[in-house]
Design a protein around this ligand. Sequence first.
Ligand SMILES: [Zn+2]
Length: 378
Amino acid sequence: MKYELLKTEGRAKRGRFHTVHGVIETPVFMNVGTVAAIKGAVSTDDLRQIKTQVELSNTYHLHVRTGDKLIKELGGLHKFMAWDKPILTDSGGFQVFSLAGIRKIKEEGVTFNSHIDGRKIFMGPEESMQIQSNLGSTIAMAFDECPPALAERKYVEDSVARTTRWLHRCKAEMARLNSLDDTINKEQLLFGINQGAIYNDIRIEHAKTISELDLPGYAVGGLAVGESHEQMYDVLDHVVPYLPQNKPTYLMGVGTPANILEAVERGVDFFDCVYPSRNGRHGHVYTNHGKLNLFNQKFEKDMRPIEEGCGCPACRTYSRAYIRHLLKAKEMLGMRLCVLHNLYFYNTMMEEIRDALDAGMFATYKKNKLASMEAGED
Ligand SMILES: [Zn+2]
């Protein structure tokens, strides 16, 4: 289990991460399947066609509906969803703090109400690790609190200190779980999460502290939650240099193609975001000449694919006019084709980024890609 740093260009990293479920070439975009499926009727067979390397599932959602114990009984998440490549599960923390009706945050953990049936649930570091161990994901994320980006300094300091104490408990619990006989994935990896809102000094201190735990990877969390893009880039400029360069660096929940290019330049090599699937479900599709809204009247007679030369299942066969018709008629296929195209676009962009880094041409690639996307269609 190791991360090979193959090449750097400035701070940008081209890596290869070896896991029990296969190799992850980085920079990588992980495709978000909240409840063990990407919204938009995308199957695991589809994922193989659209160059998905890592599927991401949400611990909180799987815990409250269907349940991790049942999934363990059925052989774990990989077997359950018929996907044999890497899966990353989040800790549930983000959803607990954003979706669920929070009742109390204590040192032990958080009591909250399920957004499905309102029942009272307790989750702390140990519970989060147990749920993720039951799911048997490749990479488990530490249980943390994600304070609002614009939270007051004192609140952020206290929260980050607790997140550090929780990280020690996550590490100990994961080691215990990985040593049990009936654990599905005994090689499960734990990534720590850096927090600190937009206070660079708090984030830097926290990054130094958690780096000492020698975990297999580290994430920057608590961004893309209300701060500006410039603030996000500023945090990355300051904090990434304090995270281990010879481990994966994961920017959680980010972002647009431009955000990803900027973050790669700053040393990030793992990403995830709901934008491509969410936008696809609304008929918004990404191209190398900017984003298109397929509901627009001007595509009514447009028999071109979403993007000329795109190898995705939508563009290989169907026209903008047909997909627009499907979307207008509320046919599920319209939504599905847009989601497939968007994920393919993101996964292909990551492939281009890796190729550019291999060739020592990332800076040029980034400049051209951004200019082309900003210029729009003729
Ligand atoms: Zn396409």
